[in-house]
Design a protein around this ligand. Sequence first.
Ligand SMILES: [Zn+2]
Length: 220
Amino acid sequence: MLGKRTQMKLRFALIFFAVVTLAACTGLRKVDLPKKYNAPAYTQSELDLIMSDEGEKPMRVFLTTSKSDSMLLRQKSRNVVPDKDDKVLERFTQRLYATVRDPGSLGVGIAAPQVGLLRNIIWVQRFDKEGFPFEVYLNPKIVQYSTKKQPCPEGCLSIPNKRDTTQNRSYAILLEYDKMDGSHQIEMVEDFTAVIFQHEIDHLNGILFTDHLEKHRKED
Ligand SMILES: [Zn+2]
């Protein structure tokens, strides 16, 4: 005869097993995100940061002059799942745009880590298009660089009072990215706009334009 305690334990074990099996069979498991983007769901701190204010409200720009900001700016970002019905993603892209267009910033591009979100999202002003529109890109990646380089004066919203000319930016790049509606695009970009893309995509990998200046100096 089993003791009362052992019987109870067995019963719990059986119930637990039944629940887990049932969940597995009936699809009660957590819904998996589309695997192809390799993008984790938002964390609570990401949600808090994004939803802390309205869409037209700029976010705080992280600066290299702060030690804790610097640490975040040096980290690699993760992908997002493109979804035009994702209200969190919509709010974030709106607020990132408000930040780059803020009279205090007035940049030509911005990357999500610059406001503290380690996700592969950037805004770039397209000087190669009529009217110089700002456009948002999800999961952007440079898949090819031209060997032809261009010198370019650069500055960064995250690095106060620093402007200098980089010498190693490619003149043309082949770019892949996702749009909000989930479509995947491949595009060739040239000239100054190509430098903005290179600068912003560097941010997603924890690289700052000043790294290129140092690299160039060492190569001299
Ligand atoms: Zn920058």
